[in-house]
Write a protein that binds this ligand. Structure first.
Ligand SMILES: [Cu+2]
Length: 342
């Protein structure tokens, strides 16, 4: 609050000074002009022209400082097969738009200074040039076409159908955490039905309708094998959420009533990433990027990537959800436990 008052006070002071200066120059101008009846340009004109140059350097200085200061918040090291393609596109777009931004601002801020009023200097009348019109229509058209086409190419590659051998993992967002489900021994995710959701069966698995649910397991972290394609089957239980795995360049909304999906291939294990980042505590994370309610900030799940062999060993050791909830199954009338894990 204190800084806000200081900033407001400084702003009020600057506005007041500008007003005083303006009144001063206008009064001077009126006095000068009344002498011989011609209108003159006040000294404020030159000052304003100079301030354009000052503003240019101040603005780009601030942009540079801010970009360097916020560098730690840029996208982290890519750890998926399609990650470098997304990064390439991002930096290509940023590079081209920044170049145009810089070039147009050079013209915008330096021209008022270079061509400010000077006595005995006459403006050059230059109303039209077809060649120039053509150039600044065609060049941006080509640049935009390149950006759109390369974006379209990468996106259609990223969103193409997942390979057949891909591991299917379900992710469900709810207020306020994520739940993940693996297919168990049969590698098949059993059916669910939102009407089966209750205090115990939080994902609404339909045990009566689909025996494939019996061996599904729900760990508390998202574990992924390195260099194997993974297909995330995404859904939401209540409101909009958004699956965000920044290191894997994965972002897909979780929409109630409309399942979405995203497949990718992790390329670096958690261990390897710890070496790359120099941070022995490093962990991948799954975050929610949809402001979904008061507990939104807490929707974070630990993600780990391990070598394929280690993943298989972990996978085989997981206990089916049904094995730990036999009472529940009995309570909903399922006596015959056709479970692989039992
Ligand atoms: Cu959320």
């Amino acid at each position: 609050m204190f800084y806000l008052y200081v900033a407001l006070a400084v702003l009020a002071f600057v506005i007041l000074m500008a007003l005083v200066y303006r009144i001063f120059t206008l009064a001077e101008l009126a006095k000068e002009s009344s002498k011989d009846g011609t209108t003159r340009v006040s000294r404020a004109n030159g000052l304003n022209a100079g301030l354009f140059v000052v503003m240019f350097f101040a603005m780009f200085g601030l942009i540079f400082w801010y970009s360097m200061d916020a560098k730690q918040y840029f996208l982290p090291e890519a750890a998926s097969a399609h990650g470098p393609d997304i990064d390439y596109l991002f930096w290509l777009t940023t590079g081209i738009t920044f170049f145009v931004f810089f070039a147009t601002h050079c013209l915008l801020f330096f021209f008022p200074f270079i061509y400010r009023y000077k006595e005995n200097k006459k403006a050059f009348f230059y109303p039209h040039n077809n060649k120039l019109e053509l150039i600044w229509t065609i060049v941006p058209a080509i640049a935009l076409a390149i950006l759109v086409l390369s974006g379209w190419k990468v996106w259609s590659e990223v969103t193409q159908e997942a390979p057949k051998e891909a591991l299917h993992i379900e992710i469900m967002g709810k207020q306020f955490n994520w739940q993940v489900r693996y297919g168990g021994k049969d590698k098949k995710l059993g059916k669910y039905d939102f009407r089966k959701i209750d205090a115990v069966n939080s994902m609404g698995l339909d045990f009566a309708a689909d025996p494939a649910t019996m061996d599904d397991f729900m760990p508390t972290e998202l574990k992924l094998p390195k260099n194997k394609p993974v297909l995330l089957k995404i859904r939401a239980r209540d409101v909009l959420h958004s699956v965000f795995l920044p290191h894997f360049r994965v972002k897909m909304d979780a929409v109630p009533g409309m399942p979405t999906q995203f497949w990718f291939t992790p390329t670096k294990t958690t261990e390897e990433m710890r070496k790359i980042t120099g941070n022995p505590e490093f962990n991948y994370e799954l975050a929610c990027t949809e402001i979904c309610g008061s507990g939104h900030f807490a929707m974070k799940m630990k993600v780990s990537v391990v070598e394929d062999a280690e993943f298989k060993a972990w996978y085989d050791k997981q206990e089916a959800w049904t094995a730990a909830n036999k009472d529940y199954l009995e309570s909903i009338g399922i006596k015959k436990l056709a479970m692989a894990n039992n």
